[in-house]
Design a protein around this ligand. Structure first.
Ligand code: SF4
Length: 214
């Protein structure tokens, strides 16, 4: 009989080991400046977001305190990779945007051989789908436990309809795009995502967890 408590500890150990390896690697990537993980995550997050994001939104998505994010933003500003522009709706707030050199660096950081990307590269469709499926559930759990908010996953999206298409190879539906798709196309950071309310999200999670939906 399988000891699931033991196996959960094994899975936890594996994730922690991977996080440690990737953190260590991020300090010695060829041609890319050594960046602490939070600074690299901010640059990646801002890439492609033309209007920028408020510091509060960035802190929520990263699951870090506004105070610790403030230090990271100051460091990025000093290196001239980000700039702040006034928020027209709130005189005390500002939007954080990439500068052109910050944008170039963010592009470098998005390369598939950077960080965790170099490990995921080798996965085939089935394994990639399994990883994306589990990652959606783990991110949802992180949000449930108050570790992070504002992450733009399919599972937390009001347009997500798990197992609604009736197509075995593409069982989920995105009501925004009007398309069906499988686990390997689940999004972890989708620009079109709109957060579902709690009732809808919990319903999606319950449906998504069913290995063989009715
Ligand atoms: S809008 Fe994006 S996050 Fe939402 S279901 Fe569609 S693909 Fe997923």
């Amino acid at each position: 009989m399988i000891d699931y408590t033991f196996q959960r500890r094994q899975a936890t150990r594996g994730l922690e080991q991977l996080a440690h390896l990737v953190r260590a690697q991020s300090w010695r990537q060829d041609g890319t400046p050594s960046l602490p993980p939070t600074q690299a995550a901010v640059l990646r997050m801002l890439q492609g977001v033309q209007d920028g994001l408020r510091a509060r939104q960035i802190a929520e998505r990263l699951g870090v305190s506004p105070a610790s994010l403030s230090d990271s933003l100051k460091a990025l500003e000093t290196k001239q990779w980000i700039r702040r522009v006034p928020d027209p709706e709130d005189r005390r707030a500002s939007f954080v945007r990439l500068t052109s050199s910050g944008s170039r660096l963010a592009t470098q950081l998005q390369r598939p051989d950077q960080g965790m990307g170099s490990l995921v590269e080798s996965l085939g469709e089935a394994d990639l789908g399994a990883l994306l499926r589990v990652t959606q559930l783990l991110v949802n759990e992180a949000q449930e436990q108050g570790l992070a908010t504002g992450l733009r996953t399919c599972l937390g999206c009001e347009f997500f309809r798990p197992f609604a298409s009736g197509e075995p190879d593409a069982p989920h539906v995105c009501a925004f795009l009007g398309t069906s798709f499988g686990d390997a196309e689940l999004r972890m950071d989708c620009a079109e995502q709109e957060p579902a309310d709690d009732a809808q999200r919990l319903g999606s999670v319950a449906r998504f967890r069913q290995p063989t939906p009715p």
